[in-house]
Structures are given as C-alpha cells and as structure tokens.
Design a protein around this ligand. Structure first.
Ligand code: HEM
Length: 234
C-alpha cells in the first residue's frame, strides 16, 4: 500500500476505534445504572435486580444493543491491536528527544497495556455472571408465581467471603480492573472525540473536563459495588 493509503486506512481505523469506544462509554452508563440496584437492600432489591436482568436478556431492542456491545468490544480490541502494531512499525525507535511526560500523558502512552487489563477483567467478568446467566443452571426467585433467574444471589454470593473463599481476590480483580478502566478512559474519552474531528476552542476544553470526570466517577462507582458487597456480607 502507498504511504497515503496506509495513512487513510489508519485514519479510518482511528475513526472506528473512536465510534466503538464512545458507544462502549454509553454501555458503561447503562450497565452502571442497572448495577446500582445491587445497593437496594433485602427482597425489594433482589426482585428489582432480577426483573431488570430478565428484561435485559429478553427484550428484543435491548438484545440488539447487547449484540452491538459484543461487536464493539471485539472490534475495539482488534482495531486497537492493529493500530498499536502499525504505530510501532511506523516508528520502531522512540524519538531521541522523547521524554515520556514531556510529549504525552502516562495514560495515553499506556493505552494498549491498560486496554489489555480491562480485557482480562471483561473476560473473567463475563465468565462469572454472563455465562452463568445464559448457559448454566441458576438458582431461582419466585415472584407472583413466576420463577425468575436469581442473578442477584449469584452476584451477592460471588462477593460474599462467607460463601466464596476467593471473594477477596475477586474484589481485588474488580478494583484493579476499574483502576485500569479509569486510566484508559482518562485519555480515551476526549481522544475519541478528537478522532471524530470534534475540535473547537471552547468545546474541546469541556469535552476534556467531562472525559476526566467520567474517567473518575464511573470506575469508582463500579468498584464501590463489590467493595460494598464484600464489606457488608459474611
Ligand atoms: C463492578 C461492577 C459490575 C457488576 C456487579 C457487573 C455485573 C454484571 C452482570 C450481573 C452481568 C450479567 C448480565 C446478563 O447477562 O444479563 C454483566 C454483564 C456484562 N458486563 Fe458487567 N458488571 C460490572 C462491571 C462491568 C464493567 C466495568 C464492564 C466493562 C468494562 C462490564 C462489562 C459487561 C459486559 C460486556 C456484559 C455483557 C452484557 C450483555 O450481555 O449485554 N461490567 N455484568
């Protein structure tokens, strides 16, 4: 491919990377709002969460969003690996004057490593809950004569030290995964808008501020769930 062809294809890749990344940010907001129901105590919380899980796995429009989420995770991952390899090929030796923080932030220089930690988190996380919900035997909760899959008990037990001897390790993995997610978003959120060509004297400053707030608040809120369940049970 000519050098302008390579440039064009890597611009297209950055565009796709940005679109999938920003879509996944929307997914995170929805997923967080659903998961915050885990703070509701007692049977009320159990019913609310299990009815929500039933809706999320059966309502057709939500199922389409789920497939879009899986496709975005895969695309973002493959595209990220290819772009990292292309960047490395284009500049195998670091600039002599490159002094890390002098040219770019720590997060932006470590997007691939941070993304890999987030990926390990997602794979383990899906195996724990998503796989159980879709493909294995589940406990049930009977509500108004209807047996609901009891995902609420599965999640609570997973982070309960009296039930799961690995609960502390599970909480540690969640906290580490959320720290990596936070740093990944710290650079990724605003960078996504920049790759889409959204650049403006005033808006860019706002996008950067919102991105940084998002990168702190969303992972902290996610991490608070396993920490709370670990500390209040057992
Ligand atoms: C720490 C708090 C979290 C809890 C308690 C939690 C809980 C769950 C549960 C119970 C499911 C299964 C739902 C189902 O299959 O219907 C699920 C699915 C999923 N989670 Fe999480 N999650 C958390 C954080 C995250 C984070 C931070 C990410 C991404 C970085 C993530 C990515 C996913 C994905 C991609 C799915 C599959 C979604 C789908 O099938 O549509 N989760 N989560």
């Amino acid at each position: 491919m000519s050098s302008s062809g390579i440039l064009k294809s890597s611009i297209a890749k950055k565009y796709a990377m940005a679109l999938t990344g920003l879509f996944l940010c929307l997914f995170l907001v929805g997923h967080l709002l659903g998961n915050l129901q885990l703070f509701i105590p007692g049977e009320e919380g159990q019913t609310a969460f299990n009815e929500y899980a039933l809706f999320m796995t059966t309502f057709p429009a939500v199922k389409v969003l789920s497939y879009l989420t899986y496709a975005s995770v895969l695309f973002h991952l493959v595209d990220g690996v290819v772009l990292t390899m292309q960047n490395h090929k284009a500049r195998p030796v670091r600039y002599a004057v490159e002094k890390g923080s002098a040219n770019s932030g720590w997060s932006s220089r470590n997007m691939a490593v941070l993304g890999t930690i987030v990926l390990v988190f997602i794979v383990t996380h899906m195996q724990n809950f998503w796989w159980k919900m879709h493909f294995s035997d589940m406990p049930t909760q009977v509500v108004d004569g209807v047996a609901l899959k009891d995902l609420h008990t599965v999640v609570l037990d997973y982070f309960n030290p009296a039930v799961n001897s690995m609960a502390a390790a599970a909480v540690a993995l969640y906290v580490l995964g959320m720290a990596a997610l936070g740093f990944h978003l710290w650079h990724g959120f605003a960078s996504g808008f920049q790759s889409l060509g959204v650049r403006h004297e005033t808006y860019t400053r706002w996008i950067e501020m919102v991105g940084k707030a998002f990168a702190v608040v969303v992972p902290l809120a996610f991490a608070s769930i396993p920490l709370y369940l670990f500390m209040t049970q057992g």
